[in-house]
Structure formats: structure tokens, C-alpha cells
Design a protein around this ligand. Structure first.
Ligand code: PRP
Ligand code: URA
Length: 209
């Protein structure tokens, strides 16, 4: 699938395996989510444009590459996407942060919006949407619909675990969005949870339930 990158780095794979373990507690789970987001961000941002700038070293003046061009916005899908923000901010501290609040209805599995706030204007920014879980894809598609309605154009979506169903739905709805996946899992179960997955990401990050 064009515009879909599955990240195979051993550090990412190892840390995802630790996340899956039901005995991994909240504190460690939250740290791992942040570390994985940083490692994934390192890959997902490898196309940031560079421009040579003049710098004076203690020895001489030289032209040396620096990141240029579009500014960035990180947009987590609440709640679980919040866990990935600091990992990416540690790479790009100047990024602005928007928020999209969505929860899945337990019966229909359809997303419901309860809060949205984006940096304005958004159209000139590279937007990185974060959510650890891409299950049916409903939340990711709605979040990106909303961002596009508000003028967002250059959008990347980062998830730690995806189900094939969600990946296909998101790619079909938004073929222009670059999607980065930590691991592609087997399938969804009857409750639209990812198998083998890691359970409810929001609850495990925030210690609820
Ligand atoms: C989870 C997860 C995604 C969504 C994925 O959030 O963090 O946002 O489900 O499912 P989908 O691809 O089928 O839409 P949830 O609705 O449980 O909210 P929470 O993060 O507040 O717990
Ligand atoms: N949301 C989660 O947190 N986990 C899943 O497996 C599916 C949706």
C-alpha cells in the first residue's frame, strides 16, 4: 500500500512486545508508549526538508544543514494519543499541539467527538496525528476529516498497533495521508479490539478501569 510504512526496527518491535504483556504496569506502559513514539517519530520525520545555513564554528564559518520549511503540529486523538506527544516533542520541541477528543461507542464502535482544538492557522503546518491504536479506523478517519475541514493539508498518522481492517479503511478514506505503523496485527475481535493487541490503550496509559 502506497503511503503506508510498517516500522520494523528491532527496538520498536521489542518495546511493543513489552507493551503487549498484561503484567506491564501503568508506569512502565506510559514510558514505553513515549519511547516508541520517539523512535517512530525519528523514522516518520526523515523527509523533513533541510536548508544550508551559515554557522560559525570555533574554527571557521561553514554552510551546514538545518531543518527548514513548514512548521509542525502534533495532534493526539484523546485520550490514548496523548501518551505519544512528549516523545515527538522531544524531537521537535517547537511543534504546536492540537487535540481531538473522540471516544468509541461500546455498542456501535463508532467514534463520538467531544473536544477539538487545533493550532490556527493549520494549513501551512506538517500535522502529525497520533493514536496508539488503529482498530476499525473510525476514530482516525474522523480526526483526519476534521483536520482537513479546518484546512490541514500535509498530514501524517502514527499508530503503534494497527488492525488490517483499520489500516485499509484509513488508507482508502485518506490516500494522501502518510501512515506509520509500529506493528500490523492479525484482526479485530467481536468487540472491535485488536488481536493480539494490548487491550485498551487509554486505560493502560492512565491507569483507569
Ligand atoms: C481507542 C484508541 C483509538 C480508538 C481506536 O480510543 O485510542 O482512539 O479506540 O478504535 P477505532 O479505530 O475502532 O476507532 P477509545 O475510544 O477507547 O478512547 P480513549 O482513548 O479515551 O480510551
Ligand atoms: N482501542 C484500544 O485501546 N484497543 C483496541 O484493541 C481497540 C481500540
Amino acid at each position: 500500500m502506497e503511503n503506508v510504512t510498517i516500522l520494523t526496527h528491532p527496538l520498536i518491535q521489542h518495546k511493543i512486545s513489552l507493551l503487549r504483556d498484561k503484567n506491564t504496569g501503568t508506569n512502565e506502559f506510559r514510558s514505553l508508549i513515549g519511547e516508541i513514539a520517539m523512535l517512530m517519530g525519528f523514522e516518520a520525520l526523515r523527509d523533513l526538508p533541510l536548508e544550508d545555513k551559515e554557522v560559525e564554528t570555533p574554527i571557521e564559518t561553514c554552510m551546514t544543514p538545518m531543518i527548514t520549511g513548514k512548521k509542525m503540529a502534533i495532534v493526539p486523538i484523546l485520550r490514548a494519543g496523548l501518551g505519544m506527544v512528549n516523545g515527538i516533542l522531544s524531537l521537535v520541541p517547537s511543534a504546536k499541539v492540537g487535540h481531538i477528543g473522540l471516544y468509541r461507542d461500546e455498542e456501535t464502535h463508532e467514534p463520538h467527538e467531544y473536544y477539538c482544538k487545533l493550532p490556527s492557522p493549520i494549513d501551512q503546518r506538517t500535522i502529525v496525528v497520533t493514536d496508539p491504536m488503529l482498530a476499525t479506523g473510525g476514530s482516525a478517519v474522523s480526526a483526519i476529516d476534521f483536520i482537513k475541514e479546518h484546512g490541514g493539508k500535509t498530514i501524517k498518522f502514527m499508530c503503534i498497533i494497527a488492525a488490517p481492517e483499520g489500516l485499509e479503511r484509513l488508507h482508502k478514506a485518506h490516500p494522501d495521508v502518510q501512515i506509520y505503523v509500529g506493528h500490523l496485527d492479525r484482526c479485530l475481535n467481536e468487540n472491535a479490539y485488536i488481536c493480539p493487541g494490548l487491550g485498551d490503550a487509554g486505560d493502560r496509559i492512565f491507569g483507569t478501569k
